[in-house]
Design a protein around this ligand. Structure first.
Ligand SMILES: Nc1ncnc2c1ncn2[C@@H]1O[C@H](COP(=O)(O)OP(=O)(O)OP(=O)(O)O)[C@@H](O)[C@H]1O
Length: 580
């Protein structure tokens, strides 16, 4: 937590909060002495004038104390909120720069918990730190010193109480601390199940798994609640124990104080002041001990936040950032002996892949499910890095090109169509901010999306809801294809983008794509399942179990590649069966 505080707190505001606090504590500590003076020198001696003057002094000191407390609360509250805001921004920025490989390590649910719950923990503790954490020690030292001055002998009474209190706090903390940490990981699991249920709600209903999923959630929810009840039960034990100790201390002080008064060893006013100091001391100690419960909890949150903030992106920019203008050169793309495996997996998802393509060419990748098609195209924009070998764009290894420059030159449609909340125009301009309405309409026409983006739904101003949920699967696919085409790029990648389209639309869309001037001047990579989608490509790569088992044109592969022929035969049979 120290690391986060150093980075995200404004120290001038922290100093202001502490200064206000010192004034507040000084006022609080001075008031019992004024009370003692009023009793011993005013009431006991029937000196009304003294009572009035000390009374005004008391009022003034109390008002200064209240104003100082307000000042402290203002700085403590604003600083803790601002710190939370800065941490959330930093986490979001970091997540945006992490590769899929880095994000896989945390998981979506955990990242959401870290950016919400964990940050709130830190905010809550920070406001307490800026108040209690500083106030309690100052109050403790001040009150003990002043109480000692009033009566060294009576001080022994609350020293005994302090020792008892310390033992109680240590016992309670040793039980509560680990349970607080567990609560965090249980929140992660609860969020994970909730999120899965939310995104998969249609599948759950379709498979009649409502009861199963409800049980799974209830089990985790119960688990979480049980842990929560346990930890708060333990912590709530603190209150009655503290009250008992506080009352016991007061009884002890009055008992011994009364004896001292009867022997003229203590004035009545001083006994009253002493009791106030004793209460201040024990309450400060209680507050301090609460901090010892909450700080470890917030430290666990800080650790989880730091894990994200400090993770080294596995995909880095080259040190001598090559800002090459790739688009101006003769475009070429080559894979040279590329091997690839995911994270800690043992097996290679891609083995010794070699091919090259030039401007204007279309390379299609075909193969059975899990053969490595998506893995191959994801390596081009460096969503993952190769394990061995090299990928070159215009003869330059992509690892030697800055990611910003690389991404400027690549336009990709991924397997899952992702749209953002906003309008069609905003979604289209995602890769080309300056695109005019005419250009957008042209892309929509090429992608066959102009058929449903019409005046009836509001044209380019039609709303797009969360995840594009107001469009069908095929419509979403066409919109993301249009967005991909609208961007000016040297390499266009369509990862299984045509699978949600019917055969007729698929054929029409590819024909329109082939005629598009941007596509004609670029390299196009198409991942597909259907032979009909890839048949016209300049180069077809056939993948099987991560290996390139064939490459060439459709006719060449039909003649001499058994895997390709097998795919073709199975699709012809299926087509026949469907037709028949
Ligand atoms: N994030 C990941 N972590 C670990 N392994 C993965 C990951 N993504 C894919 N794989 C594995 O890599 C292999 C290739 O997967 P890939 O998604 O590239 O296949 P694909 O040919 O595109 O399949 P499909 O046609 O079903 O989309 C598979 O064995 C898959 O299980």
């Amino acid at each position: 937590m120290l690391k986060l505080s150093k980075k995200y707190l404004v120290w001038s505001a922290v100093i202001a909060a502490v200064l206000f606090l010192i004034v507040q504590v000084a006022c609080d500590l001075y008031l019992p002495t004024v009370t003692a003076n009023i009793i011993d020198n005013g009431v006991a001696k029937n000196n009304i004038g003294y009572i009035w003057s000390e009374g005004f002094k008391m009022l003034f000191v109390a008002m200064v104390g209240v104003l100082a407390a307000a000042g402290n609360i203002y700085f403590a509250a604003t600083q803790s909120q601002k710190m939370g805001k800065k941490i959330r921004s930093a986490m979001y920025r970091k997540i945006m720069y992490l590769s899929d490989q880095d994000l896989d390590k945390f998981g979506d649910a955990s990242l959401i918990t870290r950016n919400t719950n964990d940050v709130v923990q830190i905010q809550n503790v920070m406001i307490q730190v800026l108040r209690m954490m500083f106030m309690s020690p100052i109050m403790l030292v001040g009150a003990i010193s002043l109480a000692f001055v009033k009566s060294p002998r009576l001080t022994i009474v609350f020293f005994v109480s302090l020792v008892v209190l310390a033992i109680v706090v240590v016992i309670i903390m040793s039980f509560a601390g680990p349970l607080f940490k567990k609560l965090q990981s249980k929140t992660d699991k609860l969020n994970l199940i909730f999120r899965e249920g939310l995104t998969g709600v249609r599948v759950i209903r379709a498979f009649n798994r409502d009861a199963y999923e409800q049980n799974r959630f209830d089990h985790q929810n119960r688990n979480y609640a049980k842990n929560g009840i346990k930890v708060f039960m333990i912590v709530s034990l603190m209150f009655p124990v503290m009250t008992l100790i506080l009352s016991g201390t007061n009884v002890g002080i009055v008992w011994f104080g009364a004896k001292m008064i009867s022997h003229n060893a203590l004035a009545v006013g001083n006994l009253v002041a002493f009791m106030t100091y004793a209460t201040q001391i024990l309450i400060s100690f209680m507050m301090l001990s609460f901090m010892f419960v909450f700080i470890p909890r917030a430290s666990a949150s800080a650790k989880r936040i730091n894990e994200v903030l400090e993770v080294e992106p596995s995909i880095k920019d080259p040190k001598d950032d090559h800002e090459r203008n790739i688009a101006d050169n003769e475009t070429s793309l080559s894979f040279e002996h590329v091997d690839f495996k995911y994270g800690q997996e043992d097996h290679l998802a891609l083995k010794d892949i070699n091919f090259s393509a030039n401007r204007g060419q279309t390379v299609a990748i075909i193969g059975e499910t899990g053969s490595g098609k998506s893995s191959l195209v994801n390596l081009v924009p460096r969503l993952y890095d190769v394990t061995n070998g090299e990928i070159k764009l215009n003869g330059v290894s992509i690892q030697k090109i800055s990611q910003a420059e690389l991404h400027r030159n690549i336009s990709i449609t991924q397997q899952k169509a992702v749209l953002f909340t906003g309008t069609i125009r905003e979604n289209m301009q995602y890769g080309n901010e300056n695109a005019t309405d005419d250009e957008i309409w042209h892309s929509l026409q090429v992608a066959k999306a102009d058929e449903f983006v019409n005046d009836e739904i509001g044209g380019l101003d039609a709303p797009v809801e969360q995840n594009g949920s107001n469009f069908s699967g095929g419509q979403k696919q066409r919109l993301v294809i249009a967005r991909t085409i609208l961007k000016n790029a040297a390499v266009y990648i369509f990862d299984d983008s045509f699978s949600a389209l019917d055969f007729k639309t698929d054929a029409e869309l590819r024909m329109a794509l082939n005629k598009d001037s941007k596509i004609k001047n670029a390299i196009t990579l198409i991942v597909a399942q259907r032979i009909s989608t890839v048949a016209n490509a300049d180069l077809i790569l056939v993948l099987q179990d991560g290996k390139l088992v064939g490459s060439g044109t459709h006719d060449e592969l039909v003649d001499n590649n058994s895997v390709y022929r097998a795919i073709l035969d199975s699709q012809l049979k299926k087509g026949g069966a469907n037709n028949g």
